[in-house]
Write a protein of this length. Structure first.
Lengths: 214, 214
């Protein structure tokens, strides 16, 4: 799997590198190890030799799969957004009612509380670190947020179709507001080591969606 | 000025180092230069020699004012929160009506649009980069967000006192939701290079506050 398979990018699909099953597992181990290191120490604080050592692979193995650190980071972004989305299932697949929105919020709060609100959002942290310093990756970061926003958007649209929300509700704008509230709430929760900011932010965004209830 | 003068921290006020007027100007130039470099390249991407060169000072001058990089970064956090707050005046001093909240939102949007939504939030970027990697600075980051949230909180309390908001409105929670919406909105706007996420996020948070109008 190339990173661009996992995030929607414009243009034709890139040729899929043909790796053996063992090769795919090695590549996956490298990406997962790099993602874990970067989550803890940031991209700037994680070197290719760090990844080599932690994943128990050689430099040539890493460079077999990734031309350079940027390509590895690109794969980490794609990996983290898929992990984030997988971690929020089954909620994200059916955000089409107010109880479903609140259950999603509660699951995110519980997830933060399980590790004392440390760590924050893997996507948000990558975005904040990379968006200005690794300009070539801005498209990957935007695609990661789009990927996460898509199910939120789809759920709200279904609520409008089903007549739960009024026809005038701008569900795309509401989806962006929900994602922004989650991002900001996660960052404040991380800094304050308390789930209260995430709860307050998500409650406000969901409460605003409720103001469009039919 | 020590960094702890600028942010509210518990405990007794630290002794204020006595510098001459020229010394204070040199210290200010170092902090401002470091803040600019860090805003563009991150803390990990900014070395003490980078700051020296850009501020045209010697290493011994930097170490005269700052024991180490952590102390310099601490001063940068305090500087950036004061800059952020100064940049949002006079709005932050009178966030005590719905028109005032919308004028604040519009000023933030205009500010982002002036530089094509690049750069994002200086405080949010520092927080995201440092909160897990520089644990000793977490208190400074929390104090920076508290410092920014205080005038939002004060404005909402006045709205409740004045009967603009109902007595049941939890103004502290609403203030946190507003700050989180701004943070998340700024990050999404930075990644998408569009002010729309900030607009959507702030509108949702202000709209939620409106649901508590008396």
């Amino acid at each position: 799997m190339t990173p661009t398979d996992a995030v929607s990018t414009p243009g034709p699909a890139p040729a899929r590198p043909r790796h053996t099953a063992a090769g795919r597992r090695t590549r996956e181990r490298i990406v997962k190890t790099a993602a874990d290191l970067i989550f803890r120490k940031g991209v700037a604080g994680t070197s290719i030799p760090d990844v080599q050592q932690a994943a128990r692979v050689s430099a040539s193995q890493i460079y077999h799969y990734f031309a350079d650190k940027t390509e590895l980071v690109r794969a980490v972004i794609a990996h983290q957004v898929e992990q984030t989305i997988a971690g929020q299932q089954p909620h994200l697949d059916r955000l089409d009612s107010f109880p479903a929105l609140r259950a999603w919020r509660d699951a995110m709060i519980a997830s933060q509380e399980r590790h004392d609100c440390a760590g924050g959002c893997a996507i948000g942290s990558l975005a904040s670190e990379l968006v200005e310093t690794y300009e070539p990756l801005r498209g990957d970061l935007a695609a990661a947020f789009d990927r996460w926003e898509a199910p939120i958007r789809a759920g709200l649209r279904r609520m409008r179709q089903d007549g739960v929300l009024v026809a005038e509700a701008d569900t795309d704008q509401l989806a962006t507001a929900l994602l922004a509230a989650v991002q900001g709430g996660l960052l404040l929760s991380q800094v304050r080591r308390s789930s209260e900011p995430l709860r307050a932010a998500a409650e406000a965004a969901i409460g605003y969606v409720e103001s469009f209830a039919a």
